[in-house]
Structures are given as structure tokens and as C-alpha cells.
Design a binder for this molecule. Structure first.
Ligand SMILES: *C/C=C(C)/C=C/C=C(C)/C=C/C1=C(C)CCCC1(C)C
Length: 228
């Protein structure tokens, strides 16, 4: 049963429903987008769809045991984070010739971030060393999209809609993704308070980064259809 005082459990329910609704929305709205943008909306729907499935299970683990559903969480991220990297690449590739090496660099950095985060959370590695390595992976992605190759491509060759999408996605990866390490830090305190803080923060972060992320793409996708 869902206890009304269990605010973490309530957040698992709200986000499960929101992920399903978002998946439906992006799928249906795909019809309004032109050409290359259709694929971007498909990927956005895949991200929220994959998350919806995991939220159903994570919600059950939390409500039954009050423990962090760490394995489900990371299985979800292992699929959805690379898909978001694909999304970046699609936006850039739609407007310019982009080296595949850029995609692989971003992908590897995101995997380093997730693998070490997982090893720290399941205590296979010292918590803070794993955190440091994970942070390095994330900071590398931030560097690449603000200063490195990805940012130069967008600035020099983007259309108005793609530049808007790219800028918004940058802020999601910087500000939106920064919520996750906060959850990890709060999760360091042992016991039920640590687990509650970690899960409420991760749930909020997923809401922002999966649903708001898709909405940003939807805005760009539908505004460029109207121009065309
Ligand atoms: C849909 C899920 C997303 C966008 C998940 C993103 C996850 C992160 C940005 C995780 C970041 C972490 C670090 C930067 C340091 C190590 C701990 C992590 C894995 C929580």
C-alpha cells in the first residue's frame, strides 16, 4: 500500500504516470515534425518509455522495502543516458557533417560516469573515489559541449531551431544533470534518511531530464516544421 506520508513513494507514483503520458505525447506529436526531427522525437519517446518501465519496478521496490532500487535505477540510466547522447548527436548531425569520433567520446564519458556511480553505490568501490571518477566523466561531457568540438559545430553551422535545441540541451546536461551528483552525496548518509534523500532527488532529476528534455526537443521539432 502507498502510505500518504511516504513522500518518496508518492513521487515514484507521480513520475511513473508522467513518464507514460510523456511517451504517448512525444509519439503522437511526431506527426507534426518534419524529416530529421521525427527521429529526435522517437528517441525522446524511447527515453521516457524505458524510464516508465523501470519506474513501475522501482516504485515496487521502494514501497515494499524502503530500500534504494539501485540496480533498476542504473539499468535504466545505462539505456537512457546513451540515448540522450544519441539525441545530441542527431541534432548536430542534422545540420553538419559530424565526426563519429565525437559521438564515441561522449558515449564513453557517459559510461564512465555511470559505471563508477554504480560501483560506488553498491559499495564495490570506495564511495568517494567512485564519485570522483564519475564526476570526471560528467565534467568531460560538459567541456566537450561548451568548449570542444560539439559547441563549435553548433555555433558555426546550426540553424536557428537547431541552435536553440542545442543550447537548451547544454543547460540540461549542465544544470539538469548536476542534480544527480547531489543525490549521490545525500545518499552517503546511512539509514532511511539517506535513502529517502537520494531517491527523492534522483526522481526529481529524472522528471527534469527525461520529460523536460523531450519537451525542449518537441519545441524545436514543431517550430521548425512551421517554418518549413
Ligand atoms: C535519465 C537519466 C539520466 C539523464 C541520468 C543521469 C545521471 C547522471 C548525470 C549521473 C551522474 C553521477 C555523477 C556525475 C557522479 C557519480 C554519481 C552519478 C552516477 C550519480
Amino acid at each position: 500500500m502507498l502510505n500518504p506520508n511516504d513522500y518518496v513513494g508518492v513521487s515514484f507514483w507521480i513520475i511513473s504516470a508522467a513518464m507514460v503520458a510523456a511517451t504517448y505525447f512525444f509519439t503522437v506529436e511526431r506527426d507534426r515534425a518534419v524529416g530529421k526531427w521525427k527521429t529526435s522525437l522517437t528517441v525522446a519517446a524511447m527515453v521516457t518509455g524505458i524510464a516508465a518501465i523501470h519506474y513501475f519496478y522501482m516504485r515496487g521496490v521502494w514501497i515494499d522495502t524502503k530500500a534504494s532500487p539501485t540496480v533498476f535505477r542504473y539499468v535504466d540510466w545505462l539505456l537512457t543516458v546513451p540515448l540522450q547522447i544519441v539525441e545530441f548527436y542527431l541534432i548536430l548531425a542534422a545540420i553538419a557533417v559530424v565526426r563519429a569520433a565525437l559521438f564515441w567520446k561522449l558515449l564513453v564519458a557517459s559510461l564512465v560516469m555511470l559505471i563508477f556511480g554504480y560501483l560506488g553505490e553498491v559499495k564495490e568501490m570506495p564511495y568517494w573515489i567512485a564519485f570522483g571518477v564519475g564526476m570526471a566523466g560528467w565534467l568531460y561531457i560538459v567541456y566537450e559541449i561548451f568548449i570542444g568540438e560539439a559547441s563549435q559545430i553548433s555555433a558555426s553551422q546550426g540553424t536557428a531551431a537547431s541552435q536553440t535545441a542545442f543550447n537548451a540541451l547544454r543547460w540540461i546536461v549542465t544544470v539538469g544533470w548536476s542534480i544527480y551528483p547531489i543525490g549521490y552525496v545525500l545518499g552517503a548518509s546511512a539509514g532511511p534518511e539517506g535513502a529517502a534523500a537520494l531517491n527523492i532527488v534522483y526522481n526529481l532529476a529524472d522528471f527534469v531530464n527525461k520529460i523536460a528534455f523531450g519537451v525542449v526537443i518537441w519545441v524545436a521539432a514543431t517550430s521548425s516544421s512551421e517554418e518549413a
